[in-house]
Design a protein around this ligand. Structure first.
Ligand SMILES: [Zn+2]
Length: 374
């Protein structure tokens, strides 16, 4: 994997990430393909929307259809037909969120499947084995997902366990012959900047190809997240891509890019679409609202997505209200287009060294409310 920074605007960076499958422009947003699909959207549609890198969930693919099945079918690319790049998470976030989490010890984490209650265990080594079988371009090591709030002492011991697990993951990946997957390191430490900097120092000893920032967007106040990013990112080496896991709203992404983040993923555009919440440049549109029953305008007349070019608010509202699959699809296409088009505008603003002006216009527009769309 190769990462090149091509332009800067303040602390924001725009560049390219080249994997063995494709070259991706950064800052990049990764649509989430939880179970081998970005829900309701086809591969061709994702390509047309301009998605270059998508995220697959190790936990879900491990349970169904199973990583061995996917490996025998040639890996995730071959199995799903996706021609761009893939990143897999470690499954840790899902496992740590389970109500049936049984035990976390120095060696790994034991849990019960949310599907049938069967017992499983993830270790740093087994997660690498699963991710090697899946064959994504970029992979994440198992880490301890510290919830918010967590007191300083517990966060510190979690962070130390993460360091141990990530070291073991690197060691284990080295035993795989001819492997060229990019294994990122993960910086943890909750909202404690000194812990995050200590974690970063340990991670850099592993010569990672990229750095993830974990344990944010887990319920902490927005100000804490901004402070942690602002005080830690200047210590990250310039030449590595920085991936802020699980973030976030359009506003969160615009703010994090300003601080120097390069990669994002979030279920928000697709999950919110299925709930009838549409993202627009003037804020969120609750399309199921009664005010749209006879509204013959598109969601946003200036949006070039397939939903806005051919369908009315009234029709999309109707489809979602009666639970038609086309409604879920159109809403997902619009929201994904909004996110991916926003990233394009972000990259252009950085290339023109105009990011501060872009951000101030974006924030002022998005706070207006959808009434401004007409
Ligand atoms: Zn649209």
């Amino acid at each position: 994997m190769k990462f090149d920074i091509k332009a800067r605007s303040g602390l924001a960076r725009a560049g390219t990430l080249t994997t063995s499958h494709s070259t991706i422009s950064t800052p990049v947003f990764m649509p989430v393909g939880t179970r081998g699909t970005v829900k309701t959207v086809s591969r061709e549609e994702l390509e047309a929307l301009g998605a270059g890198l998508i995220l697959g969930n190790t936990y879900h693919l491990y349970l169904r259809p199973g990583h061995e099945v996917i490996e025998r079918l040639g890996g995730l690319h071959s199995f799903t037909g996706w021609r761009g790049s893939y990143l897999t998470d470690s499954g840790g976030y899902q496992v740590f969120s389970l109500k049936t989490l049984n035990n976390v010890d120095d060696g790994g984490v034991s849990f019960q499947s949310h599907i049938d209650g069967s017992r499983h265990r993830f270790t740093p080594q087994s997660v690498i084995d699963i991710e090697v079988a899946l064959g994504a371009d970029i992979i994440m090591p198992l880490d301890v997902c510290t919830p918010y709030p967590t007191e300083e002492k517990k966060s510190f011991s979690d962070m130390q366990r993460t360091v141990k697990w990530v070291e073991e993951s690197y060691e284990h990946l080295r035993t795989k012959p001819d492997n060229n997957q990019a294994l990122f390191s993960i910086v943890q430490g909750s909202i404690y900047v000194d812990q995050r900097l200590a974690c970063l120092e340990q991670m850099m000893k592993l010569s990672p190809p990229g750095l993830s920032i974990g344990g944010l967007s887990v319920g902490e106040p927005k100000e804490d997240r901004a402070r942690v990013l602002a005080e830690t990112l200047p210590h990250f080496p310039e030449h590595l891509p920085r991936y802020l896991m699980g973030v976030g709203t359009p506003e969160d992404i615009v703010e994090a890019v300003e601080l120097g983040v390069d990669m994002f993923d979030c279920v928000m555009p697709t999950r919110n679409a299925r709930n009838g919440t549409l993202f627009t440049r003037f804020g969120k549109m609750i399309i199921k609202s009664a005010r749209y029953i006879e509204d013959s305008k598109p969601i946003d007349s200036e949006c070039a997505c397939p939903a806005c070019r051919g369908y009315t608010r009234a029709y999309i509202r109707h489809l979602l209200s009666v639970g038609e699959i086309l409604g879920l699809r159109l809403a997902s296409l619009h929201n994904l287009y909004f996110y991916l088009n926003m990233m394009q505008q972000i990259r252009e603003a950085i290339a023109q060294d105009n990011y501060a002006a872009f951000k101030s216009r974006f924030m002022s527009d998005i706070s207006q409310g959808v009434e401004a769309l007409g």
